[in-house]
Ligand binder design. Structure first.
Ligand code: SF4
Length: 247
C-alpha cells in the first residue's frame, strides 16, 4: 500500500493492476507506462498475444497496463494498524468484465482481514456490481465488514445509470466532468467531482455551470459532495469537501 495525493483517500492498495477500458484521459496507464515496474500473474488467458495485438494496433497498451493479479500484495492492509481510507485498485478496474470472480473474492477477503480500514472501490462497469450482488459476493452494508466498503461508479457525463441498491454504500465519481447530468440517481451516498488534469491534447475543461448544477443537485438531494482541487480554478470559491461518514 502507498500514501497517495488523491485527496479523498489516504492510501492506495493495488492487488490488481491494469485495465482494458482504454479511457483516453487515463492517468493510471500513464503512470504504469512511465515506471514500467509492474510484474504479476496474467489472468487474461491470452495476455501476451493480446498485448502484442494491442501494441500493433493503437500503440496504447503495453504489458505494464495489461490486467495482472499481485497475490503477494494481499496482506498489505493488515500491516497498517491505524485506520485508513483506502482506494482499492487505483491502477485498475477491479470490476472489469475480464477480472474473474475468484480474484475479486480474494481482494474482498484481504480487505475483510483488516477491518480497521474503510475501503473505496471504483468501476466504470456498474453492471458488475449487480452481477456480484446476485452471486452474493459483494459485501453489503448490513454486514459488519460491508459497512466499511464504498462502491463507486465513474461517470463523465449524464450517461444512463442503473438504479442503485439501497443495501450498499454507493457513490458516484464524476470525473473528469465532460457533460451534463440531468438528475443524480437515487440511493447514492456521495459524489466526488473533478476536472481532467495533466497536459493531454484535447483536454476537457468543465464549464462552470456544470459544476454549479452539480452543487445544487447535491444540496437538493442532500448528498455529500467532494470537489477535488482540480476544480478550484473553475469554481473560484471555497471547495466543498464533504465525506459521507462525517456529515
Ligand atoms: S477505467 Fe480508469 S483505469 Fe481503466 S482506462 Fe479508464 S481511467 Fe484508466
Amino acid at each position: 500500500m502507498n500514501p497517495t495525493k488523491i485527496e479523498w483517500c489516504d492510501m492506495t492498495f493495488n492487488p490488481v493492476t491494469g485495465c482494458l477500458h482504454n479511457c483516453e484521459y487515463c492517468y493510471a496507464r500513464k503512470i504504469a507506462n512511465r515506471f514500467k515496474t509492474e510484474s504479476g500473474e496474467f489472468f487474461v488467458k491470452s495476455g501476451i498475444d493480446e498485448w502484442q495485438k494491442w501494441r500493433k494496433g493503437d500503440g496504447i497498451y503495453t504489458r505494464y497496463f495489461n490486467p495482472q493479479f499481485h497475490k503477494d500484495r494481499l496482506d498489505e492492509p493488515q500491516h497498517h494498524k491505524k485506520p485508513r481510507n483506502i482506494f482499492v485498485c487505483s491502477m485498475a478496474d477491479l470490476f472489469g468484465d475480464w477480472v474473474p470472480d475468484e480474484i475479486i473474492k480474494k481482494v474482498f477477503e484481504a480487505c475483510e482481514n483488516a477491518p480497521q480500514h474503510r475501503y473505496l472501490f471504483l468501476t466504470k462497469n456498474q453492471s458488475r456490481y449487480d452481477n456480484l450482488h446476485y452471486k452474493k459476493i459483494l459485501p453489503w452494508k448490513a454486514l459488519k465488514f460491508g459497512i466499511n466498503c464504498w462502491f463507486g461508479v465513474t461517470i463523465t457525463n449524464g450517461q444512463q445509470l442503473k438504479p442503485f441498491f439501497d443495501d450498499y454504500n454507493f457513490f458516484l465519481s464524476y470525473e473528469p466532468i465532460m457533460g451534463e447530468i440531468d438528475r443524480l440517481p437515487q440511493n447514492i451516498k456521495w459524489v466526488i467531482a473533478g476536472a481532467e488534469t495533466g497536459n493531454r491534447k484535447n483536454k476537457s475543461v468543465p464549464h462552470f455551470y456544470l459544476i454549479e448544477k452539480l452543487v445544487k443537485q447535491c444540496e437538493y438531494q442532500k448528498i455529500p459532495l467532494f470537489m477535488k482541487d482540480s476544480l478550484a480554478g473553475i469554481w473560484g470559491k471555497e471547495l466543498i469537501q464533504q465525506y459521507p461518514w462525517e456529515v
